[in-house]
Design a binder for this molecule. Structure first.
Ligand code: PLP
Length: 381
């Protein structure tokens, strides 16, 4: 494949940063010892994991012992929700979440419904922002967990996590947030947000795939999810994936260092993209124009099947997405856009463009020009 790819799907995954890759490399063939062994050879990997744990703790403002490495966002969400539900089932069986969560949360909640738990799915407004009043009124004495995402993966809407944290804190309800799309892209401080648990995944912030973190605030009673050996202080069995953990640590540190400048750059590119794309007839933005993740744009091209547009862009070397990667291939319209009040037809005419480190003004210009041409062709036919 020689064609240059214009990658506009950073919400699905990001490339591994070169410096991150360099830090990971020695842990494949040189320092490959088992970090949990007692031999001297395990010292280097053990220290590397310690360093990564410290970097994560510093980035989100928590204690080292509150950081647990997992295999990614899906496992972290499963652990947080099922672990809490089963640990607290004697005191209540009610969970509150939102209609726009990622399948890692929604399907976990649906599973728990088959196990006797009751789940409330809080609606959102047309910008994808959760109805705080509805959430507050949904709380009962049986509520044991509230799980609400920090930033939505399709439309980039930023949820009122701090306010939800306050509500849960006052009522003594455990609060988990899926911060997979937010970490490394906006500042996240677990103390300010008053969250008890938080999920992240390295491949969304220029780290490797298959590695994540679940932050569990000290004192939060959560059952183990993976049962096995004594790794992660007896909370998650399985030999530590040292190289990936090192990569996650470096990636979160590096992303956080550049967050302010990168956000300014991304917002400028996104605004340019929006102002040009929205000039195309019968094109609207899904979600708020400003109040969203800096690298996210979600556009409805009314009357055009987004799948057709996606394939036409793909032929031109432009990689974007319809809905999220986790629901790609599904014939159903996006549950997020439907929850925001779009018709089924408009939801199926919507595309996500997500920008990142390598996105340039030239790429934005080329994409807009190509979009105009393709849409003209489709509409003329
Ligand atoms: N939560 C959100 C909001 C996501 O966007 C994703 C992945 O796209 C996940 C969870 C799942 O993360 P992972 O791919 O690391 O399992």
């Amino acid at each position: 494949m020689n064609q240059k790819i214009i990658y506009m799907d950073y919400g699905a995954t990001t490339p591994v940063d070169k410096e991150v890759f360099m830090e990971m490399q020695p842990y494949f063939c040189n320092f490959y010892g088992n970090a949990s062994s007692v031999s001297t050879f395990s010292l280097e990997p053990k220290m590397a994991i310690d360093k990564a744990r410290g970097r994560v703790a510093k980035a989100i403002n928590c204690k080292r012992e509150e950081v647990f490495f997992t295999s990614g966002g899906t496992e972290s969400d499963n652990w947080a929700i099922k672990g809490l539900a089963f640990a607290k089932m004697q005191s209540g069986n009610h969970i509150i979440t939102s209609e726009i969560e990622h399948p890692a949360v929604l399907n976990t909640c649906r599973y728990l419904e088959t196990q006797g738990f009751k789940v409330t799915y809080v609606p959102v407004d047309k910008s994808g922002i959760l109805d705080l009043d509805y959430l507050t009124k949904s709380i009962t004495e049986k509520t044991i967990l509230v799980t609400i995402m920090l930033a939505n993966n399709e439309v980039g809407s930023l949820e009122p996590i701090e306010k939800i944290g306050e509500i849960c804190n006052k009522k003594n309800i455990v609060f988990h947030t899926d911060a997979v799309q937010a970490i490394g892209h906006i500042n996240v401080d677990v103390q300010n947000l008053k969250v008890d648990m938080l999920s992240m995944s390295a491949h969304k912030f220029y780290g490797p795939k298959g590695i994540g973190v679940l932050y569990i605030k000290n004192g939060t009673k959560v059952d183990n999810y993976l049962h096995g050996g004594e790794q992660e202080r007896g909370r998650r069995g399985s030999t530590e994936n040292t190289a990936a953990i090192v990569g996650l640590g470096k990636a979160i540190e590096k992303s956080n260092l550049n967050i302010k400048d990168e956000n300014i750059r991304l917002k400028r590119l996104r605004d340019r993209f929006l102002s040009e794309v929205l000039k195309i007839e019968r094109t609207t933005i899904n979600g708020d124009r400003e109040d969203r993740l800096p690298g996210n744009a979600n556009i409805c091209f009314h009357g055009i099947e987004a799948e057709t547009l996606l394939m036409a862009l793909d032929l031109q070397g432009i990689c974007a997405s319809v809905g999220s990667a986790c629901s790609a291939g599904s014939l159903e319209p996006s549950h997020v856009l439907m929850a925001m009040g779009l018709s089924e037809e408009d939801a199926k005419s919507s595309m996500r463009f997500s920008f990142g480190k390598v996105t340039s003004e030239e790429e934005i210009n080329f994409t807009v020009k190509t979009l105009k041409k393709i849409i003209d062709n489709i509409r003329n036919v």
